[in-house]
Design a protein around this ligand. Sequence first.
Ligand SMILES: [Fe+2]
Ligand SMILES: [Fe+2]
Length: 149
Amino acid sequence: MHDKLFSRLHQEHQEVKQIMIRMMNSGTEKRGNLVNELKTALLPHMEGEEKVFYTEIMDKNETHQITLEAFLEHRVARNLFNELENSRVDADDWLARTKVLKDILEHHIEEEESEMFEATEKIISHEKMDQIFKNYLQEEKGFKDRLAA
Ligand SMILES: [Fe+2]
Ligand SMILES: [Fe+2]
């Protein structure tokens, strides 16, 4: 995973996974803050991937199916996240929602880092990858700023 974009995405995946583990293991009083942390780590990441990375590989034969799948998993993850954000931290099913979101994200990350990154390396040039990386950072930052506003 020598590519700049892939290392960045990997690093962010690790962060999301860590937050989710803390969500599973923390007391009720920490849940609200952790949901906010997850929001800041997860939503700009997914937005950046969709806008500048997925769109780049969507129309290539080698990555078409896996990208369609990834878009759908993002949609499911967003919906589950929204439900979680709107549910009371002491709700009976808070932990169950968190667990389902965690499972989906872990599966999604696994597929991205194996199948998708590998297939992408074969079809996108290094110059193009650098460009995607720059655009990714910009898109992600823009989204973070809008979230914070
Ligand atoms: Fe990702
Ligand atoms: Fe993703």
